[in-house]
Every structure is written in structure tokens, then in C-alpha cells.
Ligand binder design. Structure first.
Ligand SMILES: [Zn+2]
Length: 407
């Protein structure tokens, strides 16, 4: 049976039972009647989004959820975000995601986001970096807040760079976080040497920058990571028998996956990637996109950010906001329709205890025509989902199931 589908994706929501919540996980503790009703009226299961041997990052996880097989097709986060921003890469370009970060004077990485730097300020800093250090070999590109890009141009560069993920490296000494060549080629060695020199020159410039004066978490370093070349990923419509997809998100990395795979990106004014995002606008955009697309992918970044910050209260609030502002009204708007499957799942866990992504399979719940018989699991929970009748899914299975392409 052909049907339409919505995937609701609260980034980084899954967690672990916490003693301060009486042994419940934040998802189990926060009020989530919307997500619970998806589980209660449908079925639960688990999904492996981060296959072994790949970075444990959101781009890999979201590629898995959409069925794009990152183990075969993962290009690196730099090139995906370039696609998200409409930056065309040449055949000899190597693109890096480039955070603006804060390192303290004692040489320790303190904040992967430079205090979630304001977008206007980060843009000014990136423009100044481009003016002062941009060249035929390196260009700086402003993104959203701390999420910026650096592109190296020329055959002497290579993406074979081993790097540390800044949001997984809090409070570690910079000396232990140096990037290094990941193969024996002269290009890899040249790339690492070029980066180290550029990072130090940028650090000196940023530390003295007037915009950073008086800040508790000044953006005083650049952090290039997850490099790669121009991506080649099979298009969504090719994977799914001509069906169409739309993506709604605040963050360039998810827009990039969409643009690399021929999915439409629906822009929503005021979508910020944090707890102040425009939930109402995103919900309206999702319902609108469902009119002329088969699959709508609604991604909300806020929960992930609260988890990386390690703020339990804020994480609980972000989960409750997502449920109240997105899930419940969406279910209400679709109440009369029996041709739409609704799936909810996070892309990966970010346990507050660790403040970084883990590869534990995530909980998943689906309701709609793909699940004619409820499985009796009446809450959406990391623990209970393991007992659900959907069982254990891998990349590719979810979208086929909810678009009715199985069997
Ligand atoms: Zn994520």
C-alpha cells in the first residue's frame, strides 16, 4: 500500500536512566503525551543509526535514518554542510566543518560552541578571518552560529586527516587534541601542517579581536574537522521508487544531506537549532510539505544541544517543548487521515552523563497504516522500545516501511 509519512526527529534525545529522576530517563520523565500516543496506538522498536567504524556524528546518524547507507556513502561533514549552504565544491577541494570554539588560557578546550555564539557575531568573525587569512588555498565560510566551514583548494591537500570532534572533547588539553595524518601520503602531511599553522595564526587574531572582549567564552580558536570531497550519494527518489521527500531543519548538516540527495529543503524563518526555535513555523511547514511530498522529515536540534551542555532541566524542557509544540499538534492535524504513517525517533543518544553521542540503538515508534495492530507498549521509552514488535531496524528499513514499499 502506498502511503505518506512524517519522521519526527528530536536530535540527541535518547539517554540513560538517571538516579536524580528516580531511575527514569529524561524521555521517560518529561511529559510526552504525543510521543506516548504514537507508541500506544502503533508499535515500538529500536534502530541502529551509527554503524561501527564511522564517526558518531549527526550526519552519519541522519543518513542512516533516511536510508542513505553512510557505511557506503559518507562523504564527511564538511562537504555535507557545504551542500547545505549551496557552496559548490570543485574536484580538488577539501571541505572541513570549522567550529568557532573557546579554549582557556591554560590550553584546554572549554566550549565547542564559543558559548553558542550569536549568529551575527560569528558571521563578522568568519568574514574577518576570510579577509585576513583567506587565499587561493583556503576560504572561510560563515554558517549558523558556531557551525562554520573551511575549504582548502588544490591537489596538495587531502581529506586523510584524523581529527577530534569538538563537542566530544570538552575540558581536554589542546595538546592531546591535535589533528594528524590518517595515511602516509605527502598530501595528508601537508594538509595537517597547513591546518596547524592556520589554526595558530587564527587563534592569535581571534584572541585580540574586539568582538571577543569581555566574553566568558570568547570564540578564540577555529576547529576544522570531518573533512571530505564533493559528495556522491544516490538520490532519495532513486532509492524509494520515485517517491519524493522534504526536509525541515535549522542546521546546515541536515539541509546538506537533503541537497545531496535531491530532497527539498523547506526554509522556516526563525528556526535556530536551539530551545528558542520557531516550533510553530516548523510544524506548519511540515504539514504544508506533506501536501506535495511523500515523506516529510522534521528535524529539531534543540534537545541535542541541551544534552551536550549537560543541562538536565533544559533537556527535560526541550523534550516537553518538542512534544507539546510539534508532536501533539501534528497528530491532531492528521487525526482524520489514515494514509499517513508518523514515526518518531532520535538520531542517536547523548547521555547527560557523557555529554557526547553514543552508538546505542535508539528507540523508535510508528503509528499509521504501516502498523495495523498496536503492540501494547504504551509509552515512548528507550527501555520499553526494546520489547516492541518492530524489533531491531537498520538503515533503509524505516523509510521503506513507512512509505509502504515493503513486500
Ligand atoms: Zn544528532
Amino acid at each position: 500500500m502506498n502511503c505518506k509519512a512524517v519522521i519526527l526527529l528530536p536530535d540527541g534525545m535518547a539517554d540513560e536512566p538517571l538516579p536524580e529522576l528516580g531511575g527514569k530517563t529524561p524521555l521517560e520523565f518529561a511529559p510526552t503525551p504525543g510521543m506516548d500516543s504514537i507508541a500506544a496506538r502503533g508499535a515500538s522498536g529500536t534502530f541502529l543509526t551509527l554503524p561501527e567504524g564511522l564517526p558518531t556524528s549527526s550526519d552519519v546518524a541522519n543518513m542512516s535514518v533516511l536510508g542513505f547507507r553512510p557505511e557506503l556513502n559518507y562523504p564527511g561533514r564538511g562537504p555535507i554542510e557545504c551542500a547545505g549552504q549551496g557552496i559548490e565544491l570543485g574536484p580538488d577541494d577539501v571541505a572541513f566543518r570549522c567550529n568557532l570554539v573557546y579554549a582557556s588560557e591554560d590550553g584546554v578546550l572549554r566550549d565547542y560552541s564559543a558559548g553558542h555564539i550569536d549568529e551575527k557575531e560569528s558571521r563578522l568573525l568568519m568574514e574577518d578571518l576570510e579577509k585576513n587569512f583567506g587565499s587561493a588555498e583556503a576560504t572561510f565560510h560563515a554558517g549558523v552560529s558556531y557551525r562554520n566551514l573551511l575549504v582548502l583548494h588544490g591537489r596538495r591537500f587531502s581529506p586523510a586527516v584524523r581529527y577530534f570532534k569538538p563537542d566530544s572533547s570538552a575540558d581536554m588539553p589542546l595538546a592531546e587534541l591535535q589533528s594528524s595524518p590518517s595515511d602516509d601520503s605527502p598530501e595528508a602531511a601537508a594538509t595537517v601542517a597547513f591546518l596547524h599553522d592556520l589554526e595558530e595564526r587564527c587563534a592569535a587574531f581571534l584572541s585580540a579581536h574586539p568582538l571577543n572582549r569581555g566574553k566568558s567564552a570568547p570564540a578564540n580558536r577555529i576547529w576544522p574537522w570531518s573533512p571530505g570531497r564533493k559528495p556522491v550519494i544516490p538520490p532519495f527518489s532513486e532509492l524509494y521508487q520515485g517517491r519524493t521527500g522534504a526536509v525541515i531543519t535549522a542546521v546546515d548538516v541536515i539541509k546538506g544531506i537533503a541537497k545531496c540527495t535531491g530532497m527539498d529543503v523547506i526554509e522556516v524563518p526563525g528556526a535556530t537549532g536551539f530551545v528558542d526555535t520557531n516550533y510553530k513555523g516548523k510544524l506548519e511547514a511540515a504539514l504544508g510539505a506533506l501536501e506535495d511530498h511523500d515523506l516529510v522529515y522534521l528535524h529539531v536540534e534543540a534537545v541535542d544541544e541541551c544534552s551536550h551542555i549537560g543541562d538536565l532541566e533544559l533537556k527535560l524542557r526541550a523534550i516537553a517543548d518538542f512534544d507539546r509544540e510539534i508532536v501533539s499538534p501534528l497528530l491532531e492535524a492528521l487525526a482524520g487521515r489514515n494514509d499517513v504513517n508518523v514515526a518518531v525517533l532520535p538520531d542517536h543518544p547523548v547521555p547527560l552523563r557523557l555529554r557526547k553521542h553514543t552508538t546505542t540503538p535508539v528507540p523508535l515508534a510508528i503509528r499509521g497504516p504501516a502498523v495495523p495492530v498496536p503492540d501494547g507498549i504504551d509509552v515512548f521509552s528507550e527501555i520499553r522500545a526494546k520489547e516492541g514488535t518492530l524489533g531491531f531496524l537498520r538503515a533503509g528499513q524505516l523509510v521503506r516501511k513507512i512509505l509502504g514499499l515493503e513486500g
